[in-house]
Design a protein around this ligand. Structure first.
Ligand code: HEC
Length: 180
């Protein structure tokens, strides 16, 4: 039994030294101009979800949904997020695909996570990716406004959909659903 544990520990030490050696000898790539392989994408996303489940407080959005809050969120989104996540006039983000991993297009494909999850992602960012932590830049209230906007993007109230059309020249995702 003792020999078995010594074997396990030696194997772990060799694996760790192997990894460090590969890093120091330059075998680990630094370039961000490729898409992550599928296995890495799935593993990393599962790790992010599990970590959020463990660390993020499961809190409810304290803000009442209101047209004004959604409109404020559109301005906040345009100023801070559209560059990486796609614009409200439905153009792909200028630099969204230049990250490793890429920044998802949040207008074409809004998050379907619970609001506490999206709030935590925006407030604390995502380590080892291009997603910044916004807590030092935006107020908690503004982060909640963005959270409700992203979570309700395909079911915004009619007045907010009109505001979107007037200001960005195209219908929001919900507008398209109505036509179908
Ligand atoms: C500098 C680029 C950049 C900016 C600016 C940025 N993000 Fe991100 N964001 C990313 C990247 C890259 C990811 C992907 C992280 C990952 O794969 O886990 C991401 C992920 C996210 C996610 C998780 C999406 C999902 O479905 O997994 C949300 C939500 C999000 N960002 C919201 C925002 C909001 C809101 C803003 C503006 C306040 C913003 N981001 C600004 C780069 C950015």
């Amino acid at each position: 039994m003792g020999k078995f544990f010594v074997g396990v520990i030696l194997t772990l030490i060799i694996l760790i030294l192997g990894f460090l050696g590969a890093a120091v000898l330059g075998f680990i790539p630094t370039y961000a101009n490729v898409a992550p392989p599928h296995w890495e994408h799935h593993l990393a996303n599962a790790a992010v979800d599990a970590s959020m489940e463990r660390h993020a407080p499961h809190i409810n959005n304290p803000l009442p949904p209101s047209d004004q809050n959604y409109e404020d969120a559109m301005k906040l989104y345009t100023m801070n997020c559209a560059l990486c996540h796609g614009t409200l006039d439905r153009k792909p983000a200028q630099i969204g695909n230049s990250f490793y991993p890429p920044a998802p297009d949040l207008v074409a494909d809004p998050p379907d996570d619970p609001e506490w999850h999206t709030f935590y992602t925006i407030r604390t960012g995502v380590r080892y990716t291009g997603m910044p932590a916004w807590e030092k830049v935006l107020s908690e209230q503004d982060i909640w406004k963005l959270t409700s906007f992203l979570s309700h993007m395909d079911k915004l109230p009619p007045a907010v959909q009109d505001y979107w059309k007037t200001n960005f020249g195209v219908a929001p995702p919900a507008g398209e659903d109505e036509k179908n």
